[in-house]
Write a protein that binds this ligand. Structure first.
Ligand SMILES: C[S@@+](CC[C@H](N)C(=O)[O-])C[C@H]1O[C@@H](n2cnc3c(N)ncnc32)[C@H](O)[C@@H]1O
Length: 108
């Protein structure tokens, strides 16, 4: 699969996707297929199928027997939920925060 194919699909489906998203999808799906992760492939929210065509091209290239299933509610996108993380809640502790070295005061 060459860069021209990615650029062509990005151009045809420009109102739904872009080159960066397609490249991410390419790497994610190709790795699943190359490393023989078992199972069918599912696209949730396929709309008119612009990205579905791209997913099928990747499947055809790496593992043509793999099944692609596409679904859509055709209800559009839901209203956005509340902002996350909640700006009023205290900052979450991360693994890195407990490892942070405490600064030592220099002796006077
Ligand atoms: C931005 S469009 C998808 C574009 C498509 N993936 C493409 O690249 O051409 C989002 C789609 O997700 C669908 N959708 C949103 N919520 C959904 C849900 N809970 N279940 C199924 N489809 C959903 C919408 O109906 C809409 O068609």
């Amino acid at each position: 699969m060459d860069n021209e194919a990615i650029l062509e699909i990005a151009e045809k489906n420009a109102w739904m996707t872009d080159v960066d998203r397609l490249v991410n999808l390419y790497w994610a799906l190709s790795q699943v297929l190359v490393f023989e992760v078992e199972g069918d492939i599912v696209e949730l929210g396929c709309h008119a199928g612009g990205t579905s065509v791209f997913l099928q091209m990747i499947i055809d290239h790496f593992d043509p027997l793999r099944q692609l299933h596409v679904y859509d509610s055709f209800q559009g996108l839901p209203e956005p939920g509340p902002p996350w993380p909640d700006p009023d809640s205290p900052p979450a502790r991360t693994a890195g925060s407990s490892c942070r070295r405490r600064s030592r005061r220099r002796p006077p």
